[in-house]
Design a protein. Structure first.
Length: 407
């Protein structure tokens, strides 16, 4: 889809930086009209906090592997300091009841196709200069206000930007949190500060279980984590991870994420381009000569993000816990490297709660036009028990503040 179809007209070329105090200006550009996107994205990335999912390593792999029928638009914003923000938006047609409220929805770095979106982004949002998220979102919302009124919503999945979105929201738009999820992580500075290491920062029951797991695997030798040093090794370990991962999910009667050909193709591309830079980290954990499991992690800034795993079940007859053993070794390795956090990503699985030291809340956000239409949409969703009307974003953030960090 081109910019003409979405906005009804072609927008002018980007203006030069203005004087101090000049308000941020945003625009949508067809991807084919932005040949220097990679140059601009990497330059802005150096000035942004970002996340692995908004990095050029991830974004460029996504663009290389999208099918021809998906045509993202580039959102670009500038202010008096120059380039302020970038993002990729996909316009997808609405179907069924949703079409009553608009012909299409916009998705930030997603497609609305569940097969393509199996790659699962988190910490989604604009890539914006550090400290400038609010004016960046204000520029985006100004652009949305100028579009033809046939769009239903802007969807931002599993984002840490809820506060900036709420602060930048103009009166003509409404925002809702459709899903709030805890994101558990390990504060690795705390791990390094404890003489007893990682086990010492965990709860008493978890410490006991962890010690038992380490002793059980020690019969084969000490647990050791090794990161693939080159692309061929990383791809071989990814194949082994896929095999173990798929076997496990098939044993539970489910296909697993590798049932999507796009998932495997995308990640092999990402590994091929990101291993040398340390962005993709294929980690093999062994007890002596026995493989316990493989982890697929992402390295970004000072953090490690746990993305996927393939675990060898059946090595122990009792207390068979390859997931606990592999994470224990990988977290210890990350702490020894001087990393800041080991992030389990969003989800409230028991192992994440037990193995983490801290948590934050991430919100999936929908931005909609104001007026009677969003009210009617929420009412229809409630009557049909279909869809997720969500909570007003400001109310969701107030609830977060009152409740404190997730347990």
């Amino acid at each position: 889809m081109t910019i003409e179809v979405l906005a009804g007209k072609r927008r002018p070329a980007y203006p030069a930086p203005g004087p101090a105090g000049w308000q941020a200006h945003g625009e949508l550009i067809g991807l084919e009209r932005y040949p220097d996107l990679g140059v601009d994205w990497t330059a802005l990335e150096a000035q942004a906090r970002g996340a692995p999912f908004t990095s050029w390593a991830w974004v460029s792999a996504w663009l290389r592997n999208l099918p021809d029928g998906v045509a993202p638009l580039v959102f670009r914003a500038r202010d008096s300091g120059g380039l302020l923000a970038l993002a990729l938006l996909v316009a997808a047609p609405e179907h069924g009841v949703g079409r009553l409220f608009g012909r299409r929805s916009l998705y930030l770095q997603e497609t609305a196709d569940p097969v393509l979106d199996e790659v699962t982004i988190e910490y989604a949002g604009l890539l914006a200069r550090e400290g400038c998220a609010r004016p960046a979102y204000a520029a985006l919302f100004q652009v949305l206000a100028g579009l033809r009124r046939d769009w239903r919503r802007l969807c931002i999945s599993t984002s840490a930007d809820a506060g900036a979105v709420a602060a930048a929201l103009p009166p003509a738009l409404r925002a809702a949190s459709t899903l709030a999820r805890p994101c558990h992580y390990v504060d690795l500075a705390r791990v390094r500060a404890e003489p007893g290491g990682y086990k010492a920062v965990l709860g008493r029951k978890v410490r006991g279980s962890m010690r038992q797991t380490v002793r059980d695997y020690a019969r084969f030798g000490p647990l050791q984590a090794e990161v693939a040093a080159d692309v061929p090794t990383a791809l071989a370990w990814f194949d082994a991870l896929q095999d173990l991962h798929t076997r496990y999910w098939h044993s539970r009667g489910q296909p697993g994420c590798f049932a999507s050909p796009f998932f495997g193709r995308f990640h092999r591309d990402l590994i091929a381009h990101g291993t040398g830079a340390g962005f993709t980290r294929l980690t093999r954990v062994c007890a002596g000569d026995e493989v316990v499991g493989y982890l697929y992690n992402l390295g970004w800034r000072d953090n490690i993000y746990f993305y996927n795993s393939g675990l060898r079940y059946g090595l122990l007859e009792k207390r068979d816990r390859p997931g606990i053993a592999t994470l224990y070794a990988a977290i210890g390795q990350a702490a020894a490297e001087g990393r800041a956090e080991f992030d389990f990503l969003a989800g409230d699985q028991e192992y994440k709660r037990r193995l983490a030291t801290d948590a934050r809340t991430l919100h999936s956000i929908e931005v909609r036009r104001g007026g009677m239409r969003p009210m009617a949409e929420r009412l229809l969703a409630a009557l049909a028990r279909r869809g997720t009307p969500g909570l007003p974003l400001a109310r969701a953030l107030a609830m977060d503040a009152a409740a404190g960090p997730p347990p």
